[in-house]
Write a protein that binds this ligand. Structure first.
Ligand code: GLC
Length: 795
């Protein structure tokens, strides 16, 4: 079933049916002011952090028809009929209510028609500002004059801490009150304490004739979002909040002649009365909204322009050119802190997640990626370990150690995880190659607790920390866990996956040591890599597959003879990615993945799922079979099978894995995934689930980040190098040609790839601005002009 389409020219996803299987959302704003909005205008806003800066309240897990949001209601003063400018919350019959939602890059526009009245609401956060705009237009398409009342409603939190607002009512209800003055409501919360703040909700370009600052005043004591008493009665009740729930609701009356249109601008934010008045004045100027929207589009579109593709697959193009890339930015901004699934429990950047996120935007905005990288390096502890969560208000040099009670109290995490620092190696290398700044290695960055060191030393410290934690089989000890949060291997269990990562880390470190002539370090890392290699080969390859882990009691996880979870995806893919698997082993293990784990919706994380709690380490057994870390199609891991297949030159197979997990592939069968077809979800239920194929965990997920890397560097094969660009595609053989526009070090390359012999991998010739390079897939920087035409022949 189809609920919408990709409008590539406008870089929008257009939802043509509002009764989507789940609320399909978009992200507005920036790290200063974030906002989530669904296709039916539900959602919430937050300043700085979803956990500590909630402005608009949200009720996670409420029924979809009963979610708070940014609602605008219209009531007809004659007929007394009323509806909302988005299909929900009033939910008129779709037989006579038409609506379209256009999600764009940091804006959403919802246009609706009902009873010959057309409305459109554009929602956005102006660039670099900490407030949001709801630009509302209403047009009379009737042949007679229509007298309408417009009501805008926003439900403000009483306390900006999510937990206080939702749970501590005996406190939060007594600290917030509202006032009304000149077209705007002001709310004050938290008295004169440090946490105290003013919020405003006002209307510009129109005169408010009524208001309510109390939620019950607007909705009615037993009212709801679909039956607000003020709207039913055709008039706000002029209530204010004192010891209850605040809201901002404003009423504007409009009388429209046939074909007449009226507009008004609602503004919501945090700030003083003075600021609110200034803004209301500012938006009286008709051009402001149009200019701001233009700037917003320019800002985002220019970021996306850094990498654009035209391939024979239009869904692939829509995703890479707009939505997948935009999702990667959203992930980099908000990590895993605010969505309809993440209810702000975490107040910061998950270490490994954020490294993956920043890597995914390296080719689009390496400056932003570099800033995040520096933040994460400052989240490394002076002993070489890393903070599992780098809080949004992180102050390097002052943070507690991850295994301290204070850190646990602040973040909920109580120990190091063995893999966090390991993600840095590829990220640092990627940043150096993208930016051309080898000197980044010399940048001095503080540790999270005390002291400072160069980036190079940070990396060395990370290796030292981990090499001091090798177990009985000379493999990396998990400490708490590795990439898989549910595999609690503890202080003695050894992780094979993380050992592959450590091996790759040592390899990258050797490359860097060589680059800056640190010969002793090079030899040191080489010898450790050698030992690790032999442990991995000696203890971990059995019966044509790599095992996943060895517990402290010597149970082998992921052995082919196990009753449950007898083949795991990650150790197979990472044996190839790390370079540990021999060419023969690599073919063998990926072939096994193809036979046992590959499904029509992607590869399973392992098979069969756990149904018993035989080992204490197996925390994922808590999940239903085929769900989350218990044998689902966990899409972040899908990235690595795509990458591994491209490393072996299997373009068709890599494409198969990619295509079966690309959300856009499900655009015409949305009943299956149910989540947005324009963004990645965290996982898809596996074959053991009765709902095999259903997706969960939209937007904020490592799936988008890691798959982006595998697509750009693996399938399209475009990778920055120290002094040039490598283009080594690994594509489905049916592709005859495709093209890429790539920005690289202030230069633009128009790359056209021809595949006359229908191969999956292999470049025979590169022609750069007329100059031929035979048997090379490297485009040297020194030969690049500002604008470059590149012809690449595969064969
Ligand atoms: C979630 C977490 C990520 C973890 C993965 C597997 O995606 O955000 O950090 O690696 O689950 O457990």
């Amino acid at each position: 079933m189809n609920y919408g389409y990709f409008d590539d020219a406008n870089k929008e996803y257009v939802i043509t049916r509002p009764d989507t299987p789940t609320p399909w959302t978009n992200y507005l704003g920036s790290t200063e002011y974030g906002a989530i909005i669904t296709n039916n205008a539900a959602g919430y806003s937050f300043i700085g952090s979803g956990a500590n800066g909630k402005l608009l309240r949200f009720r996670f897990n409420a029924c979809y028809s009963n979610l708070p949001g940014r609602y605008i209601y219209i009531s007809d003063q004659e007929s007394k009929d009323y509806w909302s400018a988005s299909w929900q919350p009033v939910g008129k019959s779709l037989e006579n209510y038409q609506t379209i939602c256009r999600h764009g890059t940091a804006y959403t526009e919802i246009t609706s028609q009902y009873q010959n009245i057309e409305t459109s609401t554009l929602y956005y956060v102006p660039l670099h500002q900490q407030y949001e705009i709801w630009h509302f237009k209403v047009k009379n398409m009737d042949t007679v004059t229509r007298n309408l009342s417009i009501f805008a409603y926003s439900e403000l939190t009483n306390h900006k801490l999510e937990a206080m607002d939702m749970n501590n009512l005996q406190y939060s209800q007594y600290i917030s009150r509202t006032y009304y003055k000149d077209n705007h409501l002001m709310q004050y919360t938290n008295g004169l304490s440090d946490d105290g703040c003013w919020r405003f909700f006002g209307v510009s370009k129109a005169s408010a004739v009524g208001w309510d600052g109390s939620r019950e005043g607007f909705l009615g004591t037993y009212g709801s979002y679909s039956t607000p008493s003020a709207v039913i009665n055709g008039a706000c009740n002029q209530t204010l909040n004192y010891t209850g729930n605040s809201c901002g609701s404003l009423q504007v009356n409009v009388n429209l002649e046939p074909q007449e249109e009226n507009e008004m601008v609602f503004i919501l934010g945090e700030g003083t009365d003075e600021m609110a008045s200034q803004l209301l004045n500012h938006y009286k100027n008709a051009r402001v909204v149009q200019e701001e929207l233009f700037q917003l589009k320019q800002y985002w579109h220019s970021k996306l322009e850094a990498f654009q593709v035209q391939t024979p697959d239009s869904k692939f193009n829509s995703m890479i050119n707009v939505w997948h890339s935009y999702e990667c930015f959203v992930n980099t901004y908000w990590s895993r802190t605010a969505s309809l699934i993440y209810s702000s429990g975490r107040n910061g950047l998950g270490y490994r997640d954020t490294v993956a996120d920043l890597q995914s935007i390296m080719h689009l905005d390496h400056k932003l990626a570099g800033e995040r990288l520096v933040t994460l390096l400052s989240g490394q502890v002076s002993n070489g370990g890393a903070l599992p969560l780098v809080r949004f208000d992180h102050i390097p040099g002052t943070e507690f150690l991850p295994d301290s009670p204070e850190y646990q109290q602040k973040t909920g995490y109580d120990n190091y995880r063995c893999d966090d620092g390991l993600w840095l190696f590829e990220a640092v290398l990627q940043y150096i190659k993208e930016s051309g700044k080898v000197e980044f290695l010399d940048t001095i960055i503080p540790y999270s607790d005390t002291g400072k060191a160069t980036v190079y030393e940070h990396l060395k410290k990370a290796l030292e920390f981990l090499l001091a934690r090798l177990g009985e089989h000379h493999l990396l000890i998990a400490i708490d866990n590795d990439w898989n949060d549910c595999l609690k291997l503890g202080s003695q269990g050894e992780s094979v996956f993380a050992s592959f990562q450590l091996y790759l880390g040592l390899k990258i470190f050797q490359e860097l040591a060589h680059l800056i002539h640190k010969d002793k370090d090079l030899i040191w890392a080489e010898s450790h890599a050698k030992e690790l290699y032999s442990s991995l080969q000696t203890h971990c390859f059995q019966d044509g597959q790599f095992i996943r882990a060895i517990t402290k009691d010597h149970h082998v996880i992921g052995a082919s003879t196990n009753e449950e979870a007898s083949l795991w995806l990650n150790p197979q893919t990472w044996s190839v990615i790390s370079g540990v698997a021999s060419p023969k082993q690599a073919e063998e293990v990926l072939d096994k993945v193809d036979k046992i784990l590959k499904t029509e919706y992607g590869a399973l994380l392992f098979y069969p799922s756990y149904t018993s709690f035989k080992l204490p380490e197996i925390n994922m057994a808590v999940y239903l079979p085929g769900v989350k870390e218990n044998g689902s199609i966990f899409l972040m891991a899908e990235a690595w099978i795509i990458k591994a297949e491209t490393m072996l030159g299997h373009g068709n197979q890599a494409w198969d894995y990619f295509n079966s997990t690309n959300p856009a592939s499900y655009n015409d069968k949305c009943e299956l995934h149910q989540t947005e077809p324009y963004v990645y979800s965290q996982f898809v239920e596996g074959i053991e689930s009765p709902y095999y194929g259903r997706a969960h965990g939209h937007w904020l997920t490592g799936s988008a980040s890691s798959i982006m890397l595998s697509v750009v560097e693996g399938i399209l094969g475009v990778r920055a190098d120290y002094d040039g660009l490598i283009v080594q595609p690994c594509i489905p053989s049916k592709w005859e040609e495709f093209s890429i526009v790539r920005h690289f070090r202030n230069k633009t390359l128009h790359i056209h790839v021809c595949n006359p012999d229908h191969v999956e991998k292999g470049v025979t010739k590169i022609v750069l601005n007329g100059e031929e390079f035979i048997n090379s897939c490297f485009i040297p920087l020194c030969k690049m002009k500002e604008l470059n035409e590149v012809e690449i022949i595969m064969g």
